[in-house]
Design a protein around this ligand. Structure first.
Ligand code: SF4
Length: 399
């Protein structure tokens, strides 16, 4: 009886979702949780609803951003259990890039048709490490954010690339300053569940991963109308309900401020040597369900999933309602997941076209957010306009 009831309520949730697809009604929390619990036998119906919504939103096109990855510093004051990027000072591989290194990679990327300079870095390492304070002083700066601002400005002025910084938590003042030198920025919300900060959990000893603080940063960006990328990380100890709550929190911020240009659904992958090396990875089916539910919850928001984290079956993500592959680099490795190389762009194009879509190169800021990114006159607006074609995509789109 209980089983029959459960099956009945799942079927009703699915039917409601399909109704929502037809009527474009928002999906409720309960329905979304029901859909995430569905068995693989029901998956095709969910995927077909998600794909229909994606096609209504952005028919026929899948985008990606051709980028260089600039790991400005891999020193970080946090210790996330899944991170293979971070280092302490003196540890093998610890590195803070010099301005010359930044410029060299950006120029090399420009020659290969890149239009995004993705700055990824640890969160405020100078607060914990005197060695980082020394490095910054030698470079002429007092904080990592000051240095980041200067490097965004350098790339903006000296190359055709547009910076997209991802520096962790930001105050209102720092959002304003970075928005003057970059058309968009990002911060993964990851999860709204504060229990992941408990001892032994993924965010144990990661003070910058307090969900309320991350929500405040994203909200502040909304108040300043900064095109913003965020998303959730699945498989780090959260429940299915947490996944829905995280998506709903993003949806609510977007409803209030209209600034979420992209939601990333990222799956945890095991890496040797990390504290979470023995944790199970989310299954491919879980990933597809989460992407599809994200699409149903936010029919008119760009949904992205990284192809390298779902290889070799990454093209299945196209069936789940994504409309973007995120940043893909022809030059630099994925420093966050170095063991999982990005697919070759020609392969990505072939597999995207095999599913019936055309692949288009976008800028780090999505076409519909160009007005927000160019509202203040000056170098940033000029560079963005120069990089965009008449539809707001990147000029020179060959993959
Ligand atoms: S995931 Fe980010 S915040 Fe966490 S340890 Fe790694 S670099 Fe630091």
């Amino acid at each position: 009886m209980a089983l029959a009831e459960t099956a009945g309520s799942l079927a009703r949730a699915l039917d409601s979702a399909l109704d929502a697809e037809r009527a474009a009604l928002p999906l409720s929390r309960e329905m979304a949780c029901g859909l995430l619990r569905m068995g693989d036998d029901q998956l095709p119906r969910l995927l077909s609803a998600a794909t229909a919504l994606k096609q209504r939103f952005k028919p026929g096109v899948i985008t990606y951003s051709r980028k260089v990855f600039l790991p400005l510093t891999n020193l970080c004051r946090d210790y996330c259990g899944y991170c293979t990027f971070r280092r302490d000072p003196g540890e093998a591989g610890a590195h803070t890039m010099t301005p010359d290194e930044v410029l060299q990679i950006a120029r090399d990327g420009a020659r290969l048709g890149c239009t995004e300079a993705l700055f990824s870095l640890g969160d405020k390492p100078e607060l914990n490490f005197p060695a980082m304070r020394d490095t910054l002083h030698r470079l002429g700066y007092n904080s990592t954010l000051q240095y980041l601002e200067a490097m965004c400005d350098l790339v903006l002025r000296e190359t055709t690339l547009l910076p997209h910084p991802n520096p962790g938590l930001l105050s209102a003042e720092w959002i304003r300053r970075l928005a003057a030198v970059s058309p968009s920025m990002g911060l993964m919300l990851e999860t709204t569940n504060p229990l992941l900060l408990r001892a032994g959990a993924a965010h144990d000893n990661a003070p910058d991963k307090v969900p309320a603080r991350r929500l405040r940063t994203i909200e502040e960006a909304g108040k300043q109308k900064v095109p913003f990328t965020t998303g959730l990380l699945i498989g780090i100890g959260e429940t299915l309900e947490d996944r829905v709550d995280t998506l709903l929190a993003i949806r609510e911020l977007h409803r209030r401020y209209g600034h979420i240009q992209e939601v990333i659904v990222q799956n945890f992958r095991v890496k040797p040597g990390i504290p979470m090396r023995d944790w199970p990875e989310p299954t491919h089916g879980e990933m597809l369900r989460t992407v599809a539910v994200a699409r149903l919850l936010m029919p008119e928001v760009n949904i992205q999933a990284p192809p390298n984290l779902s290889a070799p079956y990454y093209d299945d993500l196209l069936d789940a309602g994504i409309n973007d592959w995120g940043g893909v680099s022809p030059l630099t490795p994925d420093f966050i997941n170095p063991e999982r190389p990005w697919p070759h762009l020609a392969q990505l194009q072939l597999r995207t076209e095999a599913k019936g879509f055309s692949l288009r190169q976008r800028l780090p800021v999505y076409p519909e957010f160009l007005p927000a990114a160019t509202r203040a006159p000056g170098c940033l607006a000029e560079k963005v306009r120069a990089a965009a074609d008449t539809q707001g995509y990147a000029k020179g789109m060959a993959a």
